[in-house]
Structure formats: structure tokens, C-alpha cells
Design a protein around this ligand. Structure first.
Ligand SMILES: NC(=O)c1ccc[n+]([C@@H]2O[C@H](COP(=O)([O-])OP(=O)(O)OC[C@H]3O[C@@H](n4cnc5c(N)ncnc54)[C@H](O)[C@@H]3O)[C@@H](O)[C@H]2O)c1
Length: 367
């Protein structure tokens, strides 16, 4: 494509008005996108998109903007229960789609989305975009060079005290697993491979919350411990909840037969990684290669793929697999049993980057 990619936003709340707006402005400054339309069910959001982004075309019904000729890509940034239907309608209109996580909140809806994506000319890029982070890719390269051997155990964690906006976060189709644990499961399955089984414990730790200034009843589980069986006696755990005030440990720990590797920070905002290799016998600390890497990077990637006619690295089958794990984790916790995972996917692979990772080595005890 030799003109800027025309973007339409659907859902102009917290995530759109902050992080996606920042990246969209940068892409527009580089001449890669034009921001042509926006939609939110709340009419007041028209003023924000006009004043901050110069977008004059605004609708309260997404169907009025997704078919427009000058819209090439639709960004679905609404509350989670709306994602599946809007993403499907945009793909059916022949558009490229970026959908925030999760891709849908039921497996039936997600299956339909995969089927439509298969026959649509548009790409479907599903958040979270963690596989694009330089730190994720550096860790992937270590694993695939065999630096820590075959992975036997893994742990990942992402949580916080929970949003004080958006009551939908605490209703059916919301909750911390779809909102936060989804990052950890995307990272673990991307690095280790597809899951075979899942078992979980979950509960509602904080049954009432003040959200949007109102005291509400929490209708979903807000606290999870999940165990994933990757086969060949490899097990991973994910700790997630709107129940965590703070933490300082690694986001992801991978224990292999010849070493350990752990991602610092969070997997959506990594702060480098630490590597133990038995053959070296000491920890190597790698500083963050790109401290400014934005977790919205899937937008840049989608625009690149449209402009250069390439397939996205982020695959919808991966998002579907993670959704199946999450939905079955919730079922497992409610029913008190372990459930099989039926879907599978091929994790993304990355070219060798030579010695680039070593250029970021902070502490190398071998020198
Ligand atoms: N807030 C974060 O830090 C964050 C980070 C990463 C991803 N996300 C994801 O981004 C999405 C949005 O989160 P948020 O925090 O911005 O929520 P939010 O509630 O602030 O914003 C959602 C917006 O979507 C609008 N909306 C709802 N249904 C709609 C429809 N049918 N058509 C058009 N607009 C509709 C709402 O009016 C609201 O303005 C969620 O999927 C969330 O998981 C949020």
C-alpha cells in the first residue's frame, strides 16, 4: 500500500485515549496512518477524538463507520464482551482488525471469528502483543538455542488492585483472567508451546468494590491460581488477580534441564531478563533492550504488515488457544476438575539476531 493506512477506532475509553492515541499519533507523524473515524456508545467521546486527534467523523453505532471506503483497519478497543461481534463485523466488511484481549468472551464466538478471518482479505491481530517485545524474543532465542535445556517448570504472574473505572470488568465476560492472566498465558504458550490440560482454583476475594464512584457487587472471580500441563511432565502456573497490591519478583520464570531464564518487570512491560546456565555457573543479567517498547505495538505491526503485504507474527489461532485455556480454567475452578485443551497452534518463530542480546549484557561473570 503506497498511502497511509486509514484507521477507525471503536471504543474510545481509557486504553484508546491514552496508549493507543500516543502510538497512533506517532504513526501519523511518520505518514504511515491517517485517523479517519471513531465510534463510542457514549456520544461525549466525540469531543475527545475531535480535539485530540482531529477526527471529525464520529458515530455511536460502529456499523456506520466500519464499511467506509477510507477505513482500512478497525481497532476494537471496547469493553471485552463487545470484542467478538465488532471484530467479526469489521472482518466481514473486508477490513483489517486489531482487537484488544480477549478476542471474544466465548469459544463459540471466537471460533466464528477464526472462520471469518480465514476467508476475509483482512488480517486479524489479537492482543496481547507480547510476542513482539524484544525481551520476549531474546528469551525465545535462548530457549531455542538450548541455553537452558528443555523446560520442565514455569511460573508467570500479573495482577494489580483492579480498575476503579468500567463496571464491566467485574461482570460476566470481565475479570482479571481475561484482562491480565491473558498476558501470562500468551507468553507461556508462545515460549513453551500449546497446552494439553488445565486445572485452576479461583474465587471472589473482594466481593464489593467502588467503581465509577458507585459501590458494586463483584459478579466474577477476581483471584486465580492456574496450573497448565504442557505435556512431557512440563507444568506452568499462572497467578493473577485484581487482588495484588504490589510485587517485585520476575514476571516469568522458566526452569529447564540446563538452566533458568526469567523475565523481569511484567511481560507487557519487560525490564530485561536474567539467565542461569549450568555450563557458565553464574547469573547473567541482561538490561532491557527497548525500555520504551509499547504494549500497543500490535498496531505498528499491523500497519507494517498492511503496508508491506506481510503476514502478522501474531496469529489468531494463538489467541484462540489462550482463550480456551482461560475459559476452561474458569470451568475447572467452578467444577473442581482438570480439563483437556482441544485446540493447538504453532508458536511464532524469530530469526537469529547474532550477538545482539550480548550487547545488552549488564553483568557477565565469564569476563
Ligand atoms: N485499561 C487498560 O490499562 C488496558 C490495558 C490493556 C488492554 N485493555 C483492554 O482494552 C479494552 C478497553 O479497556 P478500557 O480500560 O479502555 O475500558 P473503558 O471502559 O475505559 O473503555 C471502553 C470504551 O468502549 C465503549 N464501548 C462499549 N461498548 C461499545 C460498543 N458496542 N461500541 C462502541 N463503543 C463501545 C465504552 O463506552 C468505553 O468508552 C479492554 O478490552 C481491555 O481489556 C485495557
Amino acid at each position: 500500500m503506497d498511502r497511509p493506512v486509514g484507521i477507525a477506532f471503536v471504543g474510545c475509553g481509557s486504553v484508546m485515549s491514552g496508549p493507543y492515541t500516543r502510538l497512533a499519533r506517532q504513526l501519523r507523524e511518520r505518514g504511515e496512518v491517517s485517523l479517519v473515524a471513531a465510534c463510542d456508545v457514549v456520544p461525549d467521546r466525540a469531543a475527545f477524538v475531535r480535539d485530540e486527534l482531529g477526527i471529525e467523523r464520529f458515530a455511536t453505532d460502529y456499523r456506520e463507520i466500519i464499511t467506509a471506503d477510507d477505513v482500512d483497519a478497525v481497532l476494537v478497543l471496547t469493553s471485552m464482551p463487545e470484542h467478538g461481534a465488532i471484530a467479526k463485523a469489521a472482518l466481514e466488511a473486508g477490513k483489517h482488525v486489531l482487537v484488544e484481549k480477549p478476542m471474544a468472551t466465548t469459544l463459540a464466538e471466537a471460533r466464528e471469528l477464526l472462520a471469518v478471518a480465514e476467508r476475509s482479505p483482512g488480517h486479524l491481530v489479537c492482543a496481547p502483543h507480547v510476542v513482539l517485545s524484544p525481551t520476549y524474543q531474546a528469551i525465545w532465542r535462548h530457549l531455542h538455542r538450548g541455553d537452558v535445556g528443555r523446560i520442565h517448570l514455569a511460573r508467570a504472574r500479573y495482577g494489580w488492585a483492579g480498575p476503579w473505572w468500567g463496571q464491566w470488568f467485574y461482570r460476566s465476560g470481565g475479570g482479571p483472567l481475561f484482562d491480565l492472566g491473558v498476558y501470562n498465558l500468551t507468553t507461556l504458550t508462545g515460549l513453551i508451546g500449546p497446552a494439553r490440560r488445565v486445572t485452576a482454583m479461583a474465587g471472589t476475594a473482594i466481593p464489593e468494590r467502588r467503581v465509577d464512584g458507585e459501590l458494586i457487587k463483584v459478579e466474577v472471580e477476581d483471584n486465580f491460581q492456574i496450573t497448565v500441563d504442557f505435556g512431557d511432565a512440563c507444568f506452568g502456573t499462572v497467578t493473577t488477580g485484581f487482588s495484588m497490591q504490589s510485587y517485585r519478583g520476575p514476571a516469568v520464570e522458566l526452569y529447564g534441564g540446563a538452566g533458568t531464564i526469567q523475565m523481569m518487570g511484567d511481560d507487557w512491560a519487560p525490564e530485561g531478563y536474567e539467565l542461569w546456565r549450568n555450563d557458565i555457573g553464574a547469573w547473567q543479567l541482561h538490561r532491557e533492550q527497548d525500555p520504551h517498547w509499547p504494549w500497543t505495538d500490535g498496531l505498528r505491526h499491523l500497519v507494517d504488515c498492511i503496508r508491506h503485504d506481510q503476514q502478522p507474527v501474531i496469529r489468531p489461532e494463538h489467541a484462540y488457544h489462550v482463550l480456551e485455556i482461560m475459559i476452561k480454567a474458569i470451568e475447572s475452578a467452578r467444577e473442581g476438575r482438570t480439563l483437556d485443551i482441544e485446540s493447538t497452534f504453532t508458536p511464532p518463530t524469530f530469526a537469529d539476531d547474532g550477538d545482539r542480546a550480548d550487547a545488552h549484557l549488564l553483568h557477565d561473570p565469564t569476563h
